[in-house]
Write a protein that binds this ligand. Structure first.
Ligand code: GLC
Length: 567
């Protein structure tokens, strides 16, 4: 059998640079901080690191508003430190993946300011979506499209002569003008950008917001929505951009660029992973991982599933069947920088119900949270995603069981969702609170090198109890479980990518066999008997509960809200 590319069953650790480690004492994370903590990441047993955007940016959406795709945000470091980071990471056996944002840039990007200055009809404006407004004086937006983070998707500029002028399209916020991917300059620019970072040793890219990159060239009004929909969900019903097929031309072109780079640089094996939310629609997901497009695309259905075996089974099985059968690979995640953290999600009183998700920007219901239960379930879920075939992406702090920080004062909130919805939606700051390294609250629990720094997002009381320091040598900790699972996973991966699901979850168990291994997750509160066909010839390898070894007893009972690997 031909050797599989490294990324196919890789585990990637996601670093939200701003929140990982502050090496220059200004209260925000940076590349020096990351450089100094690379050993920790390597100690987990992962294969690579994905960095959230760390290009120069006014930080209106914390890096997802890029003003220069060919440099490093000065507050985070510079190209020299970035080069050191790659060298050090590679020495530790870690690959570095960056985040590329193709849909939009910052309104401070030179192209956008040039476009505003160049005036109507200029080739500079063609790189974006500038249009005249409707109404007698063009005072109404060109169409009815809504923005993802609240409000309309158009803003009006002041022309160089001081008059109110054209409007530009922004799918997210007014600080993030959308690129026009039908324009050759845009295509060429990103070709150069990809190669620039590949030349520096980057091994791949997470590709942001791919589902909205295509646009109907005439920008027609979106059909009106029937039924009640949250303000920040309205955009999702716009068929003239969401999943608009022209974007796939761009992805096919990117794959050619990547393939050519590999041919020109023997030994390099690159990966692209797309961010496309396609809940319940594996056929749509499959379009992103066709052999001539992305190598991976996040399989978000598990992240969006409530905590019950039936739903988990459905989420995993339908994605697996569609992708595996087509020869594509699966890419799992339980957390990311946009979603409420899994410990809190699973600790909600309604976590077993589909309604535990509000649907708006990956936010949960406000049902009461039992953190102890959430931790117990999150431990089980870790064995679930690390046992499934395909790649897994872990979000920093997940290995510590960090909860979502729900009590952030409004005055401290920075997510543009909060401002754009005038506080009606709280946004995503709660999963971006700086890491907890030690119990030393003087330097922000080890997050900062300075004892006087103020964290860019405040850490709550007791944050140190989750710290690496506390968990490092505790064999029952969440951190220990992740390390153990990642080390046992090496054998798990050798079992191949074919799995057989056992049952459909109705008995509270989500189970599958993978070669001589089996993974069983019990989402119910009570102990359940593991089916004989799974147990026979297998013994316990790893359990999610610290006391797991006593939990699969002779009668093959698996404790409630726990998971086991058998083999
Ligand atoms: C993606 C990112 C999110 C960002 C948005 C706009 O969904 O994950 O953090 O705000 O795109 O770029």
């Amino acid at each position: 059998m031909a050797q599989q590319p490294w990324w196919r069953n890789a585990v990637i650790y996601q670093v939200y640079v701003r929140s990982f480690a502050d090496g220059n004492g200004d209260g925000a994370g940076d590349l020096i901080g990351l450089l100094e903590h690379l050993e920790y990441i390597a100690s987990l047993g992962v294969d690579g690191v994905w960095l959230n955007p760390c290009y120069p940016s006014p930080q209106m959406d914390h890096g997802y508003d890029v003003s220069d795709y060919f440099d490093i945000e000065p507050a985070y470091g510079d190209l020299d430190i970035f080069d050191q980071l790659i060298t050090r990471a590679n020495k530790l056996g870690l690959r570095i993946l960056m985040d590329v944002v193709p849909n939009h840039c910052s309104d401070q990007h030179a192209w956008f300011t040039e476009a505003v200055a160049a005036g109507r009809g200029s080739k500079e404006r063609e790189r974006f979506w500038f249009r005249d407004g409707q109404g007698v004086n063009g005072e109404l937006p060109p169409n009815n499209w809504m923005a993802v983070f609240g409000g309309g998707a158009w803003s009006r500029i002041t022309e160089p002569d001081g008059t109110s002028g054209q409007w530009f399209l922004h799918t997210f916020t007014p600080w993030q003008p959308d690129f026009n991917w039908l324009n050759d300059d845009v295509v060429d620019y990103f070709d150069r950008m990809l190669r620039f970072w590949f030349d520096r040793g980057v091994d791949g890219f997470r590709v942001d917001a791919v589902t909205v990159v295509g646009k109907h060239p005439d920008l027609p009004d979106a059909p009106s929505i029937t039924g009640a929909v949250a303000e920040t969900d309205a955009w999702a019903f716009n068929p003239y951009t969401v999943f608009w097929p022209s974007a796939h031309d761009a992805w096919r072109h990117w794959r050619e660029v990547v393939n050519q780079y590999e041919i020109d640089h023997p030994g390099r094996e690159l990966v692209t992973v797309s961010e496309a939310y396609t809940p319940g629609k594996p056929d749509l997901l499959l379009r992103y991982v066709e052999p001539d497009q992305f190598h991976q695309s996040f399989t978000f259905d598990l992240l969006l599933s409530p905590w019950n075996a039936l739903s988990l089974h459905k989420a995993a099985a339908r994605s697996y069947q569609a992708l595996h059968d087509a020869g594509a690979t699966l890419t799992w995640a339980l957390n990311n920088h946009d979603a409420h953290r899994v410990v809190t999600r699973y600790g909600r009183a309604d976590a077993h119900l589909t309604s535990s998700w509000t649907g708006s920007n990956l936010v949960n219901s406000d049902a009461p949270v039992d953190l102890e239960l959430g931790h117990r379930r999150a431990r089980a879920a870790a064995l679930l995603i690390l046992g499934l075939p395909g790649a897994a992406y872990l979000y920093m702090g997940e290995e510590l069981g960090l909860p979502e920080v729900l009590e952030i004062p409004d005055s401290a909130r920075q997510d543009p969702i909060f401002a754009r919805t005038e506080g009606r939606e709280k946004g995503r700051d709660g999963c971006r609170v700086p890491m907890s390294w030690t119990t030393d609250s003087v330097n922000l629990n080890g997050f900062s090198t300075s004892s006087s720094a103020k964290a860019w997002m405040p850490q709550p009381e007791g944050w140190g109890s989750f710290s690496v320091e506390v968990q490092d040598y505790d064999c029952k900790s969440m951190l220990a479980l992740y390390r153990q699972a990642l080390s046992f996973r090496v054998d798990m991966v050798k079992q191949g990518e074919a799995i057989e699901f056992v049952g459909d979850g109705t008995d509270g168990l989500f189970s599958f066999t993978r070669g001589s291994y089996a993974v069983v997750v019990n989402t119910s509160a009570e102990a359940v008997e593991i089916p004989h066909e799974i147990m026979v010839g297998r013994k316990l390898i790893l359990g999610s509960l610290p006391e797991a070894f006593s939990r699969v007893d002779e009668s093959s009972l698996i404790a409630g809200n726990s998971a086991v690997w058998l083999g």
